[in-house]
Ligand binder design. Structure first.
Ligand code: GLC
Ligand code: CA
Length: 578
């Protein structure tokens, strides 16, 4: 089946569908909760701090190392950073087990180093989001240690405890036998991560607090205090970990967790109205109601079923590329783009007025596309991810095609460890990451003789790095391609491999005032064909058509024949055209 204009034309879908009156896809500006103007044209770069740049030769990346690389980040065109947790931690889950929310881990530097990083980034127009881990702490956090005591104290109800050492929490993982207190406690993720108490939507046991209880309120106050602290030091906002699971036994559409966030974010925004929040939630209809500006489209496969994002690049159980792979961007796959479109469009619609659903190239929990995808396959994928609505996130190293590696687990990474290896800057023993003895590195660098590096790619016009730079530059130049731009599928099918879509600039100013017709920029068409054979796509008479002006391409460029209204997409090509 092929998609055409009427697929996304529902009465409520004006942002992403045809406007019948004048034949152009219309799009109004998006009003995010923070209304941080810079988001419209933002490109994020995710940094895993332990693996980015080691400034003091101890084998582990650090904050001064990141600061020293800000010019590189500017050269890439990224305008914002998300830094994974950099707080004091025993590192049993790579820092997602926080021991002190307000203290930078010694291995990364000091709070002053982080303040210096904020200042240096701001000088370059780069915004910085930290990672907030609101759902749990480390079992070594002083709050948790206090809550383990038999005597009642200020932190006794900061975590979720049952009333007796022999009673567990129905349906939730719990631990007993570890504390003097007569009770067991609930976990949020690993054994080292006790769940903070935001209350229960339904209180079926006497020890379950309501979300309105003083205990749950106290947890929210504590998290607000953490956010205000870092915003006061210069942070621009937070990526919020496991954002959908704060209140336990919440209904499917998470009313109580949404209320908890609205309370916390409301109070933070009263002091820092421009602070930006992105959720690890994956359901924008809910997360944007909770007050987030953006949500991620993540590689999540519940019960083995890939979501739309997984279908594109990660529809496989073999991250090294040695097994069956149905991912759309694999040249040898038979998957058409319609599968993705069916799953994506309804969710895009959910974000139409009040936020963004964001594409990532990868993240610290997800296997990198390389080596499973070839450089060309990866370029076609990145062409799409960098030309979609919402705010794109580039995971460090993806811009040079760094490869997922088969490595033993480090700090609770397990199969995620292979995506967390040191950034490959240049030549030498540690590929420019660190002066330490190679045996001292946080994780080994890629030992391959052809390991991609920034230095090797920097001056090569055809490199992965320079293609990523061109994509990001084009996005900065063209409002059509930016976060608020409309999105319209021109062609996506189950029985062929082409994907053609149109992006259109918002036709209102930020405050909603309609732009005069002659001020609305032309639309941009993106034509992708990951397969090994050329594909020809026929546009219907009422579909918008390209003028044929190519702005950027990888592989042979697509061509448009006006007489037959056909776009010919060469094998393994990506073309951005007017
Ligand atoms: C999130 C993080 C992941 C972490 C987990 C527990 O999914 O992205 O890295 O292990 O939460 O905090
Ligand atoms: Ca270091």
């Amino acid at each position: 089946m092929a998609f055409n204009n009427d697929v996304n034309a529902s009465p409520t879908s004006s942002t992403h569908s045809m406007n019948a009156a004048d034949g152009s896809a219309s799009s109004a500006s998006v009003h995010t909760a923070s209304d941080a103007e810079w988001l419209r044209n933002a490109v994020f770069y995710e940094i895993y701090p332990q693996s980015f740049a080691d400034s003091n030769g101890d084998g582990i990346g650090d904050l001064p190392g990141i600061t020293a690389k800000l010019d590189y980040i500017t050269s890439l065109g990224a305008t914002a950073l998300w830094i994974n947790p950099c707080y004091d931690s025993p590192f049993k889950d790579a820092g997602y087990d926080v021991r002190d929310y307000k203290k930078v881990a010694a291995r990364y530097g000091t709070n002053q180093d982080l303040a210096d990083l904020f200042a240096a980034a701001h000088e370059r127009g780069i915004h910085v989001l930290l990672d907030l881990v609101p759902g749990h702490t480390s079992e070594e956090h002083p709050w948790f240690k206090a809550s383990c005591k038999a005597e009642h104290n200020e932190y006794s109800d900061r975590y979720i405890w049952t009333n007796s050492w022999v009673e567990g929490a129905p349906g939730l993982p719990f631990i007993g036998g570890e504390a003097p207190r007569n009770g067991t406690y609930v976990l949020n993720f690993f054994k080292c991560q006790p769940a903070l108490n935001y209350g229960f939507a339904k209180q079926t046991k006497p020890w379950m607090d309501s979300p309105d209880s003083p205990a749950a309120q106290g947890t929210r106050d504590a998290m607000v205090d953490v956010m205000l602290y870092w915003l006061g030091l210069g942070a621009d906002g937070f990526r919020c970990d496991m954002a959908d699971s704060l209140v336990k036994y919440d209904a499917d559409d998470r009313p109580c967790t949404i209320a908890a966030w609205r309370d916390m974010l409301g109070r933070v925004r009263a002091r820092f109205p421009h602070a930006v929040f992105v959720s690890e939630w994956g359901r924008p209809r809910l997360s944007l109601q909770a007050g987030f500006d953006m949500d991620f489209y993540l590689d999540w496969r519940w019960d083995g079923n890939p979501n739309g994002y997984s279908m594109l690049g990660r529809d496989t159980d073999y991250p090294l590329g040695d097994g069956p792979d149905a991912s759309y961007f694999r040249a040898t796959s038979t998957t058409g783009a319609a599968r993705f479109v069916r799953e994506y469009l309804p969710q895009l619609e959910d974000t139409r007025a009040n936020g963004y659903f964001c594409f990532i190239t990868c993240n610290h929990d997800t296997s990198r596309l390389a080596p499973r995808l070839t450089p060309r396959e990866e370029q076609i994928a990145f062409t799409m991810y960098l030309t979609m609505p919402g705010v794109p996130f580039v995971y460090y190293g993806d811009e040079i095609g760094m490869r997922f590696r088969d490595l033993p687990s480090k700090e609770g990474g397990y199969t995620r460890t292979g995506s967390r290896t040191p950034m490959q800057w240049g030549g030498g023993a540690n590929l420019g990451f660190s002066d330490a003895d190679p045996s001292q590195l946080y994780l080994p660098v890629d030992p391959s003789s052809d390991a991609p590096t920034v230095a090797a790619q920097d001056t090569d016009p055809d490199s992965q790095l320079n293609y990523m730079r061109s994509l990001i530059n084009l996005r900065h130049e063209l409002p059509e391609l930016q976060a608020d731009g409309g999105f319209e599928v021109l062609h996506a099918a189950d029985d062929d491999r082409a994907f053609v879509y149109r992006r259109v600039a918002a036709d209102t100013t930020a405050d909603g005032t309609p732009l005069p017709a002659d001020a609305i920029p032309a639309s941009v068409i993106v034509a992708l064909n990951p397969s090994t054979a050329a594909v020809t796509v026929h546009l219907d008479a009422d579909q918008p058509r390209p003028q044929g002006l190519v702005l950027l391409h990888r592989g042979d460029q697509a061509t448009y024949a006006p007489e037959t209204r056909t776009i010919t997409l060469p094998a393994q090509s990506a073309t951005i055209m007017r």
